[in-house]
Write a new protein. Structure first.
Length: 438
């Protein structure tokens, strides 16, 4: 059954399920909020719905209930490959069903059919300064496509709210189909004198992305398939997902919504962290004189970093309280394909050094590595050394999760997001009558 028909068959029952849940239990409390959470970025407040994934502090991320090791084993692979195909994780995120090889092939062919970038988008990108940050170019490339939004056209023509999901689906599929080519275009114009590489229609979505970047290495194609799967979603409360949902809740189309989400991803506390890791590693190697440093040298450098008031990038997480399973999956890739790489060996030693150092300094509730501690290191190994671009790679992947969620936002008719805010004066007036958290 075609993907869109499969999705349509799930929307009706999902609407009924949510409606019944609200009718029977809508007045029941999910959480209470204390003053520190109001000032602390709403950390841990249960106030959103995200169907595509859930992040458990101990177990880690589950996509539609499946762990990363389960997906690496069960998602379809490219012919002759060992890594899961991104088309498969998108199918799972959108439908909740594990895809067959035929389902994945349908998504591959559908994205291939929709992948041509409108000429005005390329003209707009090529009018930008080449030294503009790649994430800025990427966000603009997404936003430029808003000109042809089917959702906008049908909304302005007048349509019922229960049909909003249909043109949103079409826009999201068009956008996802084009994202690798837009990202690769930004990469080639920024770092390779605008010498573009034509797409290969025989390749899958992730493999073709690697090809268009100009990395002629089959292992790199495998890496990109894994990378795009691992970074695709991280429940609804992270900045890129929440921003995409928030902008979409105003009935903005997916181009406005994803562009805003990518602007959030570009922050140093979110997707830009992978860039910060490479910068920190480069500074460390320069200070220590190159070569493979000892555990003692790395420990001292970590201590110096913390003493200077800086953080050790790639460690700690807002929710996780264990080693990020995405880090583990990338580490397994490295152990297989680049076990003797010097930078990988340094990262491996840091895995032994950083957690006890952070615990000693009392700097992190979770002293374990997150996905960013590894992702840039593998890119360097395959020759993609321009770490300003790494967050764009992250963005291409994250788009799958946030756009799948955006389609479901429209399918379920989720309303405009509008939380209540309080002034400090108002909170101070309430404090005498508030009970402490037990």
């Amino acid at each position: 059954m075609p993907l869109k028909d499969t999705l349509l068959g799930k929307i009706g029952p999902a609407r009924e399920e949510v409606g019944a849940l609200l009718k029977q239990h809508g007045n029941k409390l999910l959480s209470d909020v204390d003053v520190s959470q109001a000032y602390g970025g709403m950390r841990g407040v249960k106030c959103m719905v995200c169907e595509t994934s859930e992040l458990d502090p101990v177990e880690g991320i589950r996509f539609r209930g499946y762990s990363i090791p389960e997906l690496c084993e069960r998602l379809p692979k490219a012919k002759g490959g060992e890594q899961p195909l991104p088309e498969g994780i998108f199918y799972l995120l959108l439908t909740g069903d594990l895809p067959t090889e035929a389902n994945v092939q349908e998504v591959t062919e559908e994205w291939r059919r929709r992948s041509a970038i409108p000429p005005y988008v390329l003209q707009g990108l090529d009018a930008l300064p080449r030294d503009l940050h790649p994430m800025t170019q990427f966000s603009i490339g997404i936003l430029l496509q808003q000109r042809d939004s089917l959702f906008v056209q049908r909304y302005q023509a007048g349509m019922g709210k229960y049909d909003y999901w249909d043109p949103m689906y079409e826009d999201c599929m068009n956008l996802l189909a084009r994202l690798p080519a837009i990202a690769a275009h930004v990469y080639r114009r920024s770092y390779h004198n605008n010498q573009q590489v034509a797409p290969d229609p025989r390749l899958d979505w992730g493999g073709n992305f690697a090809h268009m970047m100009g990395v002629a290495n089959d292992q790199y194609k495998e890496l990109m398939r894994l990378y795009l799967v691992l970074h695709c979603d991280h429940e609804g409360g992270n900045v890129s997902a929440h921003t995409t949902h928030l902008v979409g809740s105003a009935l903005s189309d997916c181009f406005y919504s994803l562009s805003a989400g990518m602007d959030g991803l570009a922050g140093p506390l979110h997707g830009l962290a992978n860039q910060e890791v490479l910068r920190w590693l480069t500074q460390m190697r320069e200070k220590l004189g190159g070569g493979l440093p000892t555990k003692e040298q790395l420990t001292q450098f970590c201590n110096d970093t913390l003493a200077s008031g800086q953080v050790i990038p790639g460690y700690g997480h807002a929710v996780l309280r264990k080693t990020d399973p995405r880090y583990t999956a990338q580490r397994e890739f490295c152990l297989k394909y680049l076990p003797d790489d010097e930078l990988f060996k340094i990262v491996s030693t840091l895995y032994e050094v950083v957690p006890p150092t952070l615990e000693k300094h009392g700097k992190a509730k979770n002293p374990w590595p997150n996905v960013d501690a590894h992702s840039g290191v593998i890119q360097v190994y395959y020759g993609v050394t321009e770490y300003d671009f790494y967050t764009v790679l992250f963005g291409v992947s994250r788009a799958m999760g946030v756009l799948a969620s955006l389609i479901w936002d429209r399918a379920l008719g989720l309303p405009l997001e509008r939380p209540k805010s309080l002034t400090t004066a108002r909170i101070k007036s309430l404090v005498p009558n508030l009970s402490p958290r037990t």
